[in-house]
Design a protein around this ligand. Structure first.
Ligand SMILES: Nc1ncnc2c1ncn2[C@@H]1O[C@H](COP(=O)(O)OP(=O)(O)OP(=O)(O)O)[C@@H](O)[C@H]1O
Length: 778
């Protein structure tokens, strides 16, 4: 008994299960019924010649009796690859008229798909057409046929036949190639797109799954259930499970109208190896996709339908998106991939491979032979016509042994690298650990270099104090600072955390930006600036970290040390030969500039002492600032006369008498202003010496290092006090003795200088002692 018809279409008898073709209807509807012939060309075609996109048209047998032939719609085959509806011709790859069997459909569509799949191509079948035209029937066949143990049921659909044939072929391939062993693995999934949501038909609890797209793996649905299959029975079980959960409804064309699109996917992986070789030879992967689209009811498509449900609206919308995408893909010029509207619907997105991608696609267009479906039939055929023009590019998904070897090497290298990294062997400067180590070592070195005044007793400032600065040291310090500043915040924080155990909490922080600019204005203003900065440092408390910026300066290049020296004090003798700007008288008067400088100096010493309580960064900044200020000061206030004869090397102390004479004559050219008016000039070495100073203290201090000489300081003092030329009082013999003595002492000093190595303050110490010795002997 026929079920009740939909209320709005009482005149149309709905089909009940597999419809029996009306006798004579097929011949009348399709004048050229050649189903068997239509399947033949595809079977003969080599697998490599298969087109990327095929379109096959199947005509559903008429279910309504023709009324004088007026209700029949004629579709005819005009050539092996074209059909015609009236005057309109459509290019197709196969045609199945209303008398074609399920077997015919399988041979025309399914068999080439099996060949392609086993060759390593992705392949897909999309059933498209009006509701009730036989899409589900063609794809799966009646569910009852799947339960039936008889494999020869005529109404089985393409998919069950496909897998039965596929597993047979797999078995045949394995048996026919004993020299080559191939292992196959098949896994299946089943989803439906319902109301623009992807649901797992094998696990109904999984709803609204997300589509993921990766460069290597293409499109996949996250968390979709996959089940492994090895027999057609396994596949049938899955098909049954999924299809019974598919959402269906009732419409004017179909009592079991599909309200969702269903997609059954099977991935076949095949590993082959020659038995002659030890390992794997190649691997092929193919994804087979069967898409049974929901159809649109003729009444709804005409706009005459009432009460369109939400799911029907979604079906129409997604089919519309599909149509638009196919239109775009079929037109020239083809847009860029990122411009294609795949994401307009879940359906088009999840079918990205099939629609213009890496897949051999077959579109089976189901049409009705009834005249009342004419519009939908033409629409379906136009869709097929455009789909055929899609630019799919299917490739064999194969990985050869060479590829695997290359990948294995890569994996091995990456593993080795991982192991090295974990074990710390590969601790490059990019690793935080190594950065922290560098930062720690650099900071420590820098602090030791710059904070010597903390460790060593500070000396009183002497304006004429000669600084011995190693230019390389300055560059090194700059590099260290640069390194520290370029270190990541994390590294610095790490280090500061680690250092916090050594240093007391920060009493105050430098929150101002300290810029040491060597090109600043007159030196006389420097101490004031520095002083005010120091006060500012004390006054300002901020959470901000101090920023230390050091600009490069050409002026610094001749300066060779930036630290406070802790050498023994050589007080007044120095003052007597100080530069005019820092004469003893001026010092005693404590001019404003000098007073400021003295204040600064004390402040600097205090600062350096305080720096022991600072954080490493603040201590570093303060030390460096202090050191560079001193460099600047000495650079811009050179004790000119002494700088002329006290170089950075000791070579001139080792001169032979002739060379000494040359040096002496050269020294005579020194500006007289370089010596104070209170000093006298030694005729032997032409060096200025202070006649007002008592050198005994200094001489005594040198006795530990310098061997006592035949000439005492008293001799020299007396000679000087007499106001005469040494040569005139002692004669040429005395001069020769003195020159010899000078030479001898110079050699000793040279020897001493060799002992003073590596550390700048010690070198400076050697120079100081040279001064003392030299002055004493003069
Ligand atoms: N070639 C055919 N031979 C015999 N019966 C058929 C054929 N095609 C379809 N039918 C019958 O027509 C009815 C509707 O078919 P089917 O459900 O496959 O249509 P459909 O296109 O999938 O519809 P919908 O889009 O609504 O799901 C079914 O009862 C089916 O058995």
């Amino acid at each position: 008994a026929a079920p009740p018809s939909p209320a709005n279409k009482p005149s149309t008898p709905p089909p009940t299960g597999p419809s029996k073709p009306v006798p004579g209807a097929a011949a009348a509807a399709v004048p050229v019924p050649q189903p068997a012939a239509a399947a033949a060309p595809a079977q003969q075609r080599p697998v490599d010649d298969e087109p990327a996109v095929k379109v096959v048209v199947r005509v559903r047998p008429a279910v309504s009796l023709p009324v004088d032939g007026k209700d029949l719609f004629f579709v005819r085959k005009t050539s092996p690859d074209s059909i015609a509806v009236g005057d309109r011709a459509f290019a197709v790859d196969g045609f199945l008229d209303d008398r074609a069997s399920q077997e015919d459909a399988f041979h025309l569509v399914g068999v080439p798909m099996i060949h392609s799949a086993l060759a390593g191509f992705n392949t897909s079948l999309v059933c498209y057409g009006q509701s009730g035209t036989g899409k589900t029937y063609t794809m799966w066949g009646p569910l009852a046929a799947m339960f039936d143990n008889r494999s020869d049921r005529a109404d089985r659909g393409i998919v069950p036949r496909f897998f039965q044939n596929l597993f047979s072929q797999i078995q045949g391939n394995q048996e026919s190639s004993p020299e080559k062993h191939t292992s196959y693995q098949c896994r299946c999934s089943f989803l439906e797109v319902f109301n623009e949501q992807i649901n797992d038909l094998l696990d109904p609890s999984q709803r609204n799954l997300q589509i993921r797209e990766t460069t290597g793996n293409g499109i996949h649905v996250e968390n979709l259930t996959e089940e492994y299959v090895s027999t057609v029975e396994d596949v049938n079980q899955i098909l049954m499970k999924g299809l019974t959960k598919r959402k269906i409804g009732v419409d004017s064309m179909n009592l079991k109208n599909s309200r969702s699109h269903v997609i059954f996917t099977c991935v076949i992986e095949a590993w082959s190896k020659d038995l002659s070789s030890n390992g794997f030879s190649s691997s092929k992967t193919s994804k087979i996709t069967f898409v049974d689209l929901a159809g649109v009811d003729i009444d709804e498509s005409d706009g005459a339908g009432k009460n369109i449900t939400r799911e029907e609206r979604h079906v129409k919308k997604s089919l519309s998106s599909l149509g638009k995408l196919v239109n775009i893909l079929s037109e020239e010029p083809k847009p860029q991939e990122d411009e294609l509207p795949y994401r307009q619907s879940r359906l088009t997105h999840v079918l990205k491979d099939t629609l213009g991608g890496n897949s051999r696609a077959t579109f089976l267009c189901s049409i009705s032979s009834e005249h009342r479906c004419r519009s939908e039939t033409l629409s379906t055929l136009r869709f097929g016509e455009r789909a055929k023009l899609m630019p799919n590019k299917a490739v064999v998904n194969e990985i050869s042994e060479d590829d695997v070897n290359g990948l294995s090497d890569q994996i091995r290298q990456l593993k080795d690298e991982l192991v090295r990294t974990k074990s710390g062997e590969h601790a490059t400067s990019e690793t935080g650990y190594f950065n922290a180590q560098i930062a720690r070592a650099s900071l420590h070195t820098l602090r030791v270099s710059l904070n010597r005044s903390i460790i060593l007793p500070p000396i009183e400032f002497e304006a004429e104090d000669e600084m011995d600065v190693d230019e390389d040291d300055v560059h090194e310090l700059r590099d260290q600072i640069s390194k520290i500043h370029s270190s990541s915040e994390d590294t610095l924080d790490d280090f500061m955390d680690a250092e916090s155990g050594e240093d007391s909490p920060i009493p105050w922080e430098h929150d101002d930006q300290v810029v040491i600019d060597d090109n600043e204005g007159p030196l006389q203003e420097k101490p004031q600036k520095m002083h005010s900065n120091t006060n500012a440092d004390h006054d300002q408390v901020s959470d901000r970290k101090s920023v230390l910026s050091i600009s490069a300066s050409e002026q610094l290049s001749p300066i060779q040390d930036a630290t406070f020296c802790s050498s023994p004090k050589i007080h007044k003798a120095r003052k007597s030969i100080a530069s005019p700007g820092f004469s003893p008288s001026k010092l005693s008067e404590s001019s404003p500039g000098e007073a400021d400088f003295e204040t600064y100096r004390k402040s600097a010493v205090r600062s350096s002492l305080q720096s022991s309580k600072l954080s490493p960064t603040d201590s570093l900044a303060a030390s460096l600032q202090r050191g560079l200020h001193i460099i600047e000061y000495h650079q811009q206030n050179p004790p000119a006369p002494r700088k002329s004869f006290v170089g950075l090397s000791f070579d001139h102390f080792a001169l032979n008498p002739r060379q000494s004479a040359k040096a002496s004559s050269a020294l005579e050219a020194l500006p007289e202003g370089g010596a104070s008016s209170a000093s006298t000039i030694c005729s032997s070495c032409k060096k200025a010496m202070d006649t007002n100073e008592d050198h005994s203290e200094d001489i005594n201090s040198e006795k530990q290092i310098v061997t006592a000489t035949a000439v005492t300081s008293n001799d020299l003092a007396n000679a000087s006090l007499q106001g005469g030329d040494i040569s005139s009082t002692t004669g040429s013999k005395r001069v020769a003795e003195l020159e010899a003595l000078c030479e001898e002492q110079a050699a000793k000093i040279k020897e001493l200088s060799n002992l003073v190595c590596g550390v700048n303050w010690a070198t400076k110490e050697g120079i100081r002692r040279c001064y003392a010795y030299e002055g004493t002997n003069c």
